[in-house]
Write a protein of this length. Structure first.
Length: 120
């Protein structure tokens, strides 16, 4: 798989600004995107462009049917985080940038170790 195009990176950033969750499990960072099953195509599109990420679902509960896409740990650090760090800033969306910043602060040691481990 070739590197994501500028368009691919822009779609990813837009989706995560509008629908993404930035956090972690206490040990490693993660970015989560949860949307209704009617958006199934976008999840397969994401998996094709960011292949180390994970897709879960469809889930059906509480009257909702949705998929959940997750970029966690090494997949986040090496595939998704570089895109967010390059393109997401306060001039684009201050709120999403703040959420990303809090995740980076909380999991900075993990991110640094993973980058070192992979040589960059």
């Amino acid at each position: 798989m070739s590197a994501p195009s500028d368009f691919d990176r822009g779609v990813l950033v837009g989706l995560l600004i509008g629908e993404g969750s930035f956090g972690g499990d206490g040990k490693q960072p993660q970015v989560t995107l949860r949307m209704h099953v009617r958006h199934e195509g976008i999840f397969h599109w994401l998996m094709a462009r960011f292949p180390s990420t994970k897709l879960y679902g469809p889930y059906h509960h509480g009257g909702r049917s949705y998929y959940q896409w997750m970029a966690r740990g090494p997949a986040l650090v090496h595939e998704v985080l570089p895109v967010l760090e390059e393109h997401l800033g306060p001039e684009l969306d201050a709120y999403a940038t703040g959420r990303l910043g809090r995740m980076l602060d909380r999991y900075g040691a993990y991110i640094q170790r993973e980058r070192w481990r992979m040589g960059g």
